[in-house]
Design a protein around this ligand. Structure first.
Ligand code: SAM
Length: 304
């Protein structure tokens, strides 16, 4: 079918796990393994590759790009946790949060943990990474993934993020949060093929997801020292993206949006150009949305 073949045409993105190796060593290993390295991409068209060719991504320094359907599941680098198979768009949240080493970070809806392991790598496995998820099975998968990736700075909790106490001493130094809550998944190309369901049911599902997402966002901003919060979804619906962020900013005037990656081609609709969108045609990824909220400093808050 047509849609599925669109998904099959997306490049294979590989994130190098810098907790275990470096981009340079990975490139060398792959060259010795018979892949042809074509250098760093400078435009989206450079991500169109022939069999066994690969490039460094043009936006994300730790991402390598291969032709669609390149299979790494049995590859040494994957089994040893040196590479993580992760869509490029889903590498944006940890990259953009810029949580420094030694910081305290919350990953609010974390399983199966790809963004957690990316965060840990960028934090050089230092500081504290509190990761929550409601789903015990997904958390079990996450433990395996984090072990393979060599992550040690995390604390996993099978807990409803909405019930985590922002005023607990445990979280008093949390300055960074990733919130990647449950969403419709409408950006996942493989899901776009599902036969259209009952429009009324769809509308009520979207409304209830959006209300959950807004509650999570508001809850995240209640942590007393939080400076930056990344909100992301793999949804293409405004209701789960721009509308949730707009409502949150109205309710939290002490936070503002940070303009993200000026060179990224697809932006939030229509007035939230600070945020990023991603899509098969615009960015050669699954559909995705990212917003970064930052606390305004106190003097700014006093300005009219
Ligand atoms: N961030 C993950 C990653 O990159 O691997 C993917 C997260 S997935 C989009 C959303 C997750 O939120 C699911 O694993 C789901 O179980 C979890 N979830 C849903 N409601 C939650 C809640 N109230 N508190 C914590 N986690 C929740």
């Amino acid at each position: 079918n047509v849609r599925q073949s669109v998904g099959d045409q997306l490049p294979r993105y590989v994130r190098v796990n810098v907790l275990k190796t470096t981009v340079e060593d990975t490139v060398d290993y792959l060259k010795r393994d018979g892949f042809t390295y074509k250098g760093e991409a400078i435009k989206l068209d450079d991500l169109t590759l022939k069999a066994r060719e690969f490039v460094k991504d043009l936006h994300l320094p730790e991402v390598l790009v291969f032709p669609p359907k390149t299979d790494f599941h049995d590859h040494f680098l994957y089994k040893a946790g040196h590479i993580i198979l992760q869509d490029k768009a889903s590498c944006l949240p940890a990259f953009l949060l810029k949580a420094p080493p030694e910081s305290h970070v919350i990953d609010a809806c974390a399983a199966p943990g790809n963004k957690t392991s990316h965060l840990a790598a960028l934090m050089k496995n230092t500081g504290k990474l509190f990761a929550f998820d409601l789903d015990a099975k997904r958390l079990a998968t996450m433990s395996t993934l984090l072990l393979r990736a060599g992550v040690t700075c995390h604390q996993l909790a099978n807990q409803d993020f909405l019930k985590v106490d922002p005023n607990s001493k445990l979280y008093s130094n949390v300055e960074y949060i990733i919130l990647d809550p449950s969403c419709s998944g409408s950006g996942m190309v493989c899901l776009q093929d599902r036969s259209p369901a009952d429009p009324e049911k769809d509308a009520s599902r979207l409304a209830s997801l959006a209300s959950f997402q807004l509650r999570c966002l508001n809850h995240g901003l209640r942590f007393p020292r939080v400076k930056r919060l990344i909100y992301s979804t793999c949804s293409i619906h405004r209701q789960e993206n721009e509308e949730v962020v707009t409502a949150c900013l109205q309710q939290n005037p002490n936070f503002r949006l940070v303009p993200l990656l000026p060179e990224w081609p697809e932006r939030g609709l229509p007035t939230l150009a600070q945020c990023l969108r991603a899509s098969v045609n615009g960015t050669r990824t699954h559909g995705f949305f990212v917003a970064l909220l930052e606390r305004c400093n106190e003097t700014e808050n006093l300005m009219p």
